[in-house]
Write a protein of this length. Structure first.
Length: 208
């Protein structure tokens, strides 16, 4: 019996990572501070989001342009649509997680691509993405976790890093272990206008 074999992955789930070269400038820092001061809503015991859920409409113009650039590149490199899709940000808000707080597992409905830009992080901070197929997989206790048997995947996060991912992908954020620093991130959802599907496939959808 031979031990030669090949194993390949199919239908991968994209996580798009980009890092902004410039730190937040003093104006952006002030705008973020003002957005938090203007009002936050409690999500859990120690995590909050801004009452303003359209912050890109009036604030952080340069950061919005950075995110829009990478949304467009995500669509080009990953979706590679035959006809142009014009993505736009539908909602945008700040998440604030205090010491000991976390963000529970969730997904973003009514959105195509979701994103998170990290404003304030600590060493070893990460976002946890959950395998959407874990509910139908055999559950075993592995000797060692790998890409094939893991039900979740940690992605480290640092200041000025942007992550883009399919909005249906469940994710969560582990406990903020810092005793002094609040974890702050900017999250957003998107949708698009353009042509989806095709006439021959009987799934043609034109959004204007």
């Amino acid at each position: 019996m031979t031990n030669d074999f090949e194993m390949v992955g199919i239908f991968p789930c994209p996580i798009y990572i980009a890092t902004r070269d410039l730190d937040l400038d003093s104006t952006e820092e002030k705008e973020i501070e003002d957005l938090i001061t203007d009002g936050i809503c409690k999500d859990g015991d120690l995590d909050y989001h801004t009452e303003n859920t359209n912050i890109f409409d009036t604030s952080l113009k340069n950061l919005k342009e950075f995110c829009e650039h990478h949304i467009k590149n995500y669509a080009k490199e990953i979706l590679n649509a035959e006809e142009e899709l014009n993505f736009y940000i539908t909602q945008s808000w700040l998440n604030v997680v205090e010491s000991g707080g976390n963000i529970k597992r969730h997904l973003h409905s009514n959105s195509i691509i979701s994103g998170c830009f990290y404003v304030s992080t600590e060493k070893d901070d990460a976002i946890l993405f959950n395998d959407p197929n874990r509910k139908i997989k055999l559950q075993v206790e592995p000797n060692e976790y790998n890409d094939w048997n893991s039900g979740a995947c940690h992605f480290p996060v640092i200041n000025n890093r942007l992550l883009l991912f399919p909005s249906w992908l469940e994710h969560e954020v582990m406990s903020n272990k810092s005793a002094t620093t609040k974890r702050i991130s900017l999250a957003f959802n998107t949708f698009a206008t353009g042509v989806f599907g095709n006439r021959g496939g009987l799934n043609n959808l034109i959004l204007k």
